[in-house]
Design a protein around this ligand. Structure first.
Ligand SMILES: Nc1nc2c(ncn2[C@@H]2O[C@H](COP(=O)(O)OP(=O)(O)OP(=O)(O)O)[C@@H](O)[C@H]2O)c(=O)[nH]1
Ligand SMILES: [Mg+2]
Length: 340
């Protein structure tokens, strides 16, 4: 893999167009250029193989005006593109795991939505995204402009699934961190929970730094549904936590989504309080998952709940239980750490 010059700070330098450096320097010697790997292989089937240029990359945006150019595409990132990004700059892979309509897409897109309203949120500054259009599409229906009285998120079909990308700059550091948030259909997780599919069917599972299993708060609020909702989420957590392909350094969380629906119903809240300890300590006894209560998009158009705490957890370096380099990549927890 060689490198190509994509930009040069020196006015008039022909290097980005394929010409010679205006100062006669090599790419390695020149301090003024931005370079990217030149890639010409076929798209790989999974994250562990060779990498190519991001699919659909069409625009270059300068996320925060401070020199972190990113390409943006109309779609989510396919696993190969996600891996390319990791290979280039490291990053944090976040798996949002939950069955149909548990709130995965809303959580990811409202996290991005915080930075649309205000470029700084919870100690981070927005520094770009390769999936701006995919984020915007996901937010569209929830906006007043969509003329709906109740905000909704469209179901995620397999054809639109992939990774959403957020590049964020921690207020206390100079280097941005790339977050890749999965947006997969709930059906995939139902099939894994039911044992119809192996967890390996989940793209990127073995590379996930953070794995969040969602419990649908709206179902906790329904007496006829709450027991089943907990049982299903617990089983999914178990299937993922016990899977040999999951890195020992991966951090787990359990998120009760749509917390607005739980918080307004004392019986629903009491039910979760009563069962949460068992839920959190039963599967991952040595290191129980972190619990979050999140309303990414409360029905009453009130402000979101819990997104700041969730982002703080995402930004925490992975725990170092028996840390080993990830196979097929130079990404290592210590490298991830050094970026924060
Ligand atoms: N009341 C309330 N509703 C929410 C909240 N978050 C999501 N929802 C609604 O829950 C429904 C399902 O949310 P999605 O984000 O589409 O769920 P999903 O897990 O991505 O679903 P699939 O793509 O089908 O797997 C949508 O109608 C959302 O508007 C929340 O915080 N509060
Ligand atoms: Mg979805």
């Amino acid at each position: 893999m060689s490198t190509v010059v994509v930009s040069c700070e020196k006015a008039g330098c022909p290097a980005p167009e394929g010409g010679a450096c205006i100062d006669g320097l090599t790419v390695e010697e020149c301090p003024n250029v931005q370079v990217e790997p030149e890639l010409d292989e076929e798209f790989p089937e999974d994250l562990s193989e060779e990498q190519t240029e991001p699919q659909g990359a069409d625009t270059t945006v300068d996320g925060d005006g401070e020199g972190f150019p990113v390409h943006t595409s109309e779609t989510t990132l396919a696993p190969a593109d996600a891996q390319l990004l990791l290979t280039r700059s490291g990053g944090c892979v976040v798996l949002l795991a939950g069955e149909e309509e548990t709130g995965k897409t809303t959580l990811a897109s409202e996290l991005y939505g915080r930075f649309v309203e205000d470029r700084g949120f919870a100690g981070w500054v927005f520094a770009g995204s390769q999936t701006l259009i995919a984020f915007e599409e996901r937010l569209h229906d929830s906006r007043l402009a969509s003329q709906r009285s109740v905000p909704v998120t469209r179901r995620t079909p397999y054809s639109a699934s992939g990774f959403l990308h957020l590049r964020l700059l921690p207020a206390s550091a100079s280097a941005p961190v790339d977050f890749l948030l999965s947006d997969f259909p709930g059906e995939l997780f139902r099939r894994v929970r039911e044992g119809q599919d192996d967890p390996d069917a989940i793209d990127g599972l073995s590379r996930s730094d953070k794995i969040a299993v969602l419990v649908d708060g709206a179902r906790l609020a329904l007496p006829s549904e709450r027991e089943m909702a907990l049982t299903q989420s617990r089983r999914l957590l178990q299937r993922l936590a016990e899977h040999s392909g999951v890195e020992s350094t991966a951090d787990f969380a359990v998120i009760v989504t749509k917390w607005d629906e739980v918080a307004c119903d004392p019986r629903a809240e009491a039910y979760w309080e009563q069962h949460r300890d068992q839920f959190l300590h039963e599967v991952l006894k040595e290191k129980p998952p972190t619990e979050f209560r999140i309303a990414a998009r409360p029905a009453a158009h009130s402000p979101p709940i819990g997104l700041d705490a969730f982002l703080e957890w995402l930004g925490r370096p992975p725990s170092m239980r028996g840390a080993t380099p990830l196979p097929g990549t130079d990404r290592h927890p210590s490298r991830w750490l050094s970026r924060i």
